[in-house]
Design a protein around this ligand. Structure first.
Ligand code: BGC
Length: 488
């Protein structure tokens, strides 16, 4: 059945040609490079102070905390080596009041949840030492050390007051200390960094860790020298084996803020409406076209526009359709995965609340078309982000004289997991951008639990650095036996 003519007025904003994709990728590379050169850029390119990826042999038991997805998650992670781990976890709801209230109240709630977890589930960590905790905090943070970083801005519906500009590790540690909870937050980690580490721990070295969930973002490994904004001294210190020794640095791109200046993204009237009505207008432009928090809302805006033009459901709406964020991306995934028009009709009645008598056969096709253009665009844009990082790091080709090991990308998040054919659609777009040969080298695989396992792995890295430092310090304490005394 032909689509109503009104659809053709906005469809082009959702169909991205090969040329358009190439153009977006070249803008993307430019913004990645700008973020590495100087602070304060939209694509923040945050050095994580994680200097390598694990090899699967790591062992130990750590606490992990995950804030920034749908729930707050507290985990106890046991790393057994041999690429194996075990997680005990508990989820806690973060209400809208907490998300938008005072930061102190939010962090007190987080500390209380850790306390409740330790009491309820019990912990196998028994020692007089404080327990080491890796904090997966999935918001843009300007990190200054593995255990310190200032919040740049909130995203994904969070807007707690008196947090921006503050060190989030300190906010958390202060809450633990106020409540006499014997836990030390030793590592701050973005979920993408966690995903990269977790994927590497489980299935061998990866280049990128990416989240396509409530929000979107990616982290990758770069040469420390490329992170020019760190300054020559810090780079040289790192390379010479200083505190953050390493030739390599995991960089958290914060690609959700790509093209906030709107130079190349296909911004339709529906995207503008969504942005204007969001709590962070003119921010996270890329995220608002790609991630789970928004795909349902873009679809809702399209359907309402068609209803207002009497081109859908006989012009009848519903309470859900009239409600801001009335339904989420699960509806889009549901329609895309439906096996028959009857199944789509059921979803329209049950999830959108439209009365069956207003739904014609053509309406079902229109709804299917709307979810398809929204999710196709999201998949293609997801591919531009991956392609930009692959090109930036020179990984589109086999390095000269080396065996082709391919490029591994760990992905996680509800869109990656539940949007039908997500990986295949991204791969198809990668082939358009990089060519068949380039795209074939890229392996994408789900890296579940990145925020738990990755935080534990980062806490382990931080603990090792801490132990090394205190060992080094102890060598200089008069009368105390340290390795240097023994050596003499
Ligand atoms: C945040 C990132 C995070 C991503 C995925 C974005 O909104 O800015 O820090 O990695 O969501 O959770």
């Amino acid at each position: 059945m032909p689509l109503p003519p009104i659809c053709t007025t906005f469809e082009p904003y959702f169909l991205l040609s090969q040329d358009r994709l190439t153009d977006i990728v070249s803008h993307f590379r430019k913004e990645l490079e700008e973020g590495l050169e100087s602070y304060g850029k939209d694509v923040a390119m945050v050095p994580s102070f994680v200097t390598g990826v694990p090899d699967g042999t790591e062992e130990g038991t750590f606490l992990a905390l995950d804030l920034g997805g749908t729930n707050l998650r507290v985990c106890e992670v046991r790393l057994f080596g041999q690429h194996k781990f075990e997680i005990k976890q508990q989820k806690y709801k973060v209400s809208d009041e907490l998300k938008e209230g005072q930061a102190k109240v939010l962090f007190d709630y987080i500390a209380d949840s850790v306390d409740a977890f330790l009491t309820d589930i019990g912990s196998d960590i028994s020692s007089n030492e404080p327990m080491h905790l890796g904090f997966t905090f999935s918001f843009p943070v300007e990190q200054t050390a593995i255990d310190a970083g200032k919040l740049l801005t909130w995203t994904k519906g969070f807007n707690a007051k008196n947090a921006i500009g503050n060190d989030v590790v300190k906010l958390l540690q202060d809450a633990f200390d106020r409540k006499h909870i014997h836990v030390r937050c030793s590592a701050l980690v973005n979920d993408t960094v966690g995903t990269l580490l977790s994927r590497s721990y489980q299935s061998g070295p990866a280049l990128i860790g990416a989240i396509f969930g409530t929000g979107t973002n990616g982290a990758y490994i770069d040469k420390t020298r490329t992170v020019k904004k760190l300054g020559e001294d810090k780079i040289a210190e790192a390379e010479a084996g200083g505190e953050h020794a390493g030739q390599f640095m995991v960089v958290n791109t914060e690609w959700g803020a790509f093209d906030n200046g709107r130079h190349c993204l296909p911004v339709s009237i529906f995207d503008n409406k969504l942005d204007r009505e969001s709590i962070n207008p003119r921010k996270q432009a890329f995220e608002k076209m790609v991630s789970g928090m928004y795909l349902g809302e873009i679809t809702r805006n399209i359907l309402l526009h068609l209803i207002d033009a009497s081109a859908l459901f006989n012009g009848y709406s519903s309470k859900i359709l009239n409600t801001h964020y009335g339904f989420d991306t699960a509806f889009v995934s549901g329609v895309e995965g439906a096996k028959s028009p009857e199944e789509v009709k059921k979803l329209i009645t049950s999830q959108l609340g439209v009365e069956a008598k207003h739904i014609q056969e053509a309406d079902i096709e229109i709804v299917q078309w709307a979810t398809k253009i929204v999710s196709d665009r999201a998949c293609k844009l997801a591919a531009t982000a991956i392609a930009a990082v692959v090109l930036h790091t020179g990984n589109d080709k086999v390095p000269e004289g080396e065996e082709d090991k391919g490029v591994d990308v760990g992905i996680d998040g509800s869109v990656a997991e539940f949007l039908p054919r997500f990986s295949e659609r991204v791969s198809e777009a990668l082939a358009e951008i990089l060519g068949e040969d380039g795209s074939k080298r890229i392996r994408m695989g789900l890296a579940k639990d990145g925020s738990g396992v990755g935080a534990a792995l980062t806490a382990l890295q931080a603990k090792k650095a801490l132990d090394k430092r205190s060992e080094a310090n102890s060598q200089f304490i008069p009368g105390k036996k340290g390795p240097s005394h023994q050596a003499r």
